[in-house]
Design a protein around this ligand. Structure first.
Ligand SMILES: NC(=O)c1ccc[n+]([C@@H]2O[C@H](COP(=O)([O-])OP(=O)(O)OC[C@H]3O[C@@H](n4cnc5c(N)ncnc54)[C@H](O)[C@@H]3O)[C@@H](O)[C@H]2O)c1
Length: 250
């Protein structure tokens, strides 16, 4: 029980095969009360019902809207009384090539990852300061390091690199308050983020580049989030943890 009596807020956690829901399940298995925030209330409520244990919370909200982020933290605090962990997981991808990136796609991809991470962090930090600490886990991507090319275009790579820089600055600024901030950088993981656009041929090509010979699973990302959220990582901040089966070894 690595998160016994702790509470967490996870954004973008309602997607059935997503990294956020896998993280919520693992946190709940470890004794954590979890609030999931996502765009659609019914889908989010259904996701929460499936979590192990009791006392979890579904919150409708859009991370791009500052008032939603502030309300989400307020709802979590009203239900739980404290907030120990924030997982900034909500994100959208887009495969558009450089010359095809239009203003609205740029804004959507950048905003959900970066603006959402900023607004949620701003909303959560005052409470974490009051409590004497907390852990913030931000979902970046290997695309931030290797330029993507599989499914995420230049705008997605930029968004995830922005999240990485933001994480390090947050760690530096919040260290004195015992608030840790770390980033997870997964490579291709089997979720629905591409909306089924990865063909079997593309999948085979990707697998051929992975020393471990397979695509990652959401629970493997959740395990990393659990480590970063827990006291096992009590001196880990500003770090970036890569999860990629060896496909990107620095
Ligand atoms: N799956 C991968 O291969 C992979 C690899 C690297 C990084 N990532 C990152 O991991 C995170 C989770 O990805 P996933 O594969 O689980 O995706 P997913 O599409 O399964 O889930 C993303 C969730 O975010 C929610 N969301 C989107 N916009 C939102 C907004 N404005 N406000 C609140 N919620 C919003 C969606 O409704 C969805 O439930 C993303 O940030 C993604 O960029 C994924």
């Amino acid at each position: 029980m690595l998160l016994k009596d702790r509470t967490a807020l996870i954004t973008g956690g309602a997607s059935k095969r997503g990294l956020g829901l896998a993280t919520a399940k693992l946190f709940a298995e470890h004794g954590c009360r979890v609030a999931i925030m996502d765009l659609d209330l019914k889908v989010t409520q259904d996701a929460v019902v499936g979590l192990p244990g009791a006392g979890h919370l579904a919150i409708q909200g859009n991370v791009v809207i500052k008032a939603d982020c502030e309300r989400a933290v307020a709802e979590a605090l009203a239900a739980f009384g404290r907030l120990d962990v924030l997982v900034n997981n909500a994100g959208v991808t887009s495969p558009l090539r450089l010359l095809d990136v239009d203003p609205s796609t740029y804004e959507r991809v950048m905003d959900v990852s970066m603006r959402g991470t900023l607004y949620m962090t701003q909303a959560a930090v005052p409470q974490m300061k009051k409590q004497g600490g907390g852990s913030i886990v931000n979902m970046s991507s290997v695309s931030a390091k290797n330029g993507g090319g599989v499914f995420g275009g230049s705008h997605y790579c930029a968004a995830k690199a922005a999240v990485l820089g933001f994480t390090k600055a947050t760690a530096r600024e919040m260290g004195p308050f015992n608030i840790r901030a770390n980033a997870i950088l997964p490579s291709m993981i089997a979720t629905d983020i591409t909306g089924g656009a990865v063909t079997p041929e593309m999948r085979e090509k990707i697998i051929a580049t992975v020393p471990m010979g397979r695509i990652g699973d959401a629970h493997e990302v959740a395990g990393c989030a659990l480590f970063l959220a827990s006291d096992l990582a009590s001196y880990v901040t500003g770090s970036e943890i890569e999860i990629n089966g060896g496909s990107h070894i620095n």
